[in-house]
Design a protein around this ligand. Structure first.
Ligand SMILES: [Zn+2]
Ligand SMILES: [Zn+2]
Ligand SMILES: [Zn+2]
Length: 146
């Protein structure tokens, strides 16, 4: 982890009027570096591997604060665990396929699907801000082991 990365994240936090605490920076770094969709407890445990002085309550509160500022995105995969991922810019947008058997999450991006959504908005004279698309089902591993 480079010093510039730290500086950049500090800057991002300040732009969102959040105090650039060590834990918030560590949290953003963790989410920047992973394609996993962790819940708050998993994030806490991951951070604990790296630093000793991590408090569960602070991690939970930080996640809420970061989500409020749209720096992280809350994902509800319908299993009662709220997950988080780093909010992506438009160029990194993706949607999710979620296996109901093993919980595997596959990220996908389909330009035609995105374009269709925009035309639906246009047809309804509606200005979209954000969307989440989750498709639930069975992954190929789980299907073959049935
Ligand atoms: Zn999408
Ligand atoms: Zn599966
Ligand atoms: Zn994702």
């Amino acid at each position: 982890m480079s010093a510039t990365e730290n500086q950049q994240l500090k800057q991002v936090l300040r732009e969102h009027e959040l105090k650039a605490t060590t834990q918030r920076i560590a949290l953003l770094k963790l989410l920047d570096a992973t394609h996993e969709h962790f819940d708050a407890e998993e994030i806490y445990l991951e951070l604990l591997k790296k630093e000793k002085n991590v408090s569960r309550a602070t991690v939970y509160r930080s996640l809420e604060a970061l989500a409020e500022q749209d720096l992280v995105t809350r994902l509800d995969f319908g299993d009662g665990r709220m997950r988080f991922e780093r909010s992506k810019g438009e160029d990194e947008h993706h949607d999710h396929l979620i296996c109901e058997k093993c919980g595997k999450v596959i990220e996908f991006f389909n330009l035609e699907m995105e374009a269709q959504q925009l035309s639906v908005c246009e047809e309804n004279d509606f200005t979209p801000s954000t969307h989440t698309m989750h498709i639930f089902g069975t992954c190929s591993d789980c299907r073959t082991s049935q």
